[in-house]
Write a protein that binds this ligand. Structure first.
Ligand SMILES: [Mg+2]
Length: 194
């Protein structure tokens, strides 16, 4: 299968570190679980949009980011099993190098630039499955959809949109195995019908 994986909030913990970074920089006490909306400014009243989103452009933020638990091991297993893996990310162009060198290629050394797709329109990308924490990336698109659980997407009724919610990489691996099984059955049914 061709597996599409979002970077921020799926492969790595950008949002968690971003909150802590803003807390330290501006003397706040906001927690990751307080991010109830996709727009981070909602959790930081009193800070300007430039202050909140300016932090995303600072190199120091990328030095502290970490992979999501189990993500490197699982992505490696998917590659070893013969799947195509693409990291599909809407990373601002100013920080692409920081994110790749300090986070993605550091913690996922078996990935290279050939595995990276930068786009603000993930629905254009052709894949069998997309794992993403952003609802706007999962609505539409021809791929199967896994929503990576986060406080800012928890109110969303994923089932009404044919989307499966996953809470961690163990659940992702189970869902990918199920999707692979159903792909195999479809191929086998098609052969029998010929
Ligand atoms: Mg994301």
């Amino acid at each position: 299968m061709r597996i599409l994986i979002d970077a921020d909030g799926v492969l790595e913990n950008l949002s968690q570190e971003w909150v802590l970074y803003l807390d330290e920089k501006y003397g706040r006490n906001v927690e990751y679980e307080d991010l109830k909306e996709w727009d981070m400014t909602a959790a930081f009243p009193g800070l300007t949009r430039e202050q909140v989103y300016g932090a995303e452009l600072e190199e120091a933020l990328y030095d502290r980011m970490k992979p999501m638990p189990g993500a490197p091991e699982c992505v490696k297993r998917l590659l070893d099993a013969g799947h195509e893996v693409y990291v599909v990310t809407n990373t601002p162009y100013a920080v692409i190098q920081y994110k790749m060198e300090k986070v993605i290629f550091r913690y996922f050394p078996f990935l290279s630039w050939k595995n990276i797709v930068i786009t603000s329109n993930k629905q254009m990308i052709d894949g069998d499955i997309l794992i993403d924490d952003g609802i706007h990336n999962l609505i539409g698109g021809t791929y199967r959809k896994l929503l990576f659980d986060a406080p800012y997407n928890r109110d969303f009724d994923e089932k009404a949109h044919g989307i499966v919610r996953v809470k961690n990489w163990q659940e992702i691996e189970v869902e990918i195995a199920a999707a692979e099984q159903s792909c195999r059955e479809r191929i086998s049914d098609g052969l029998q019908a010929m």
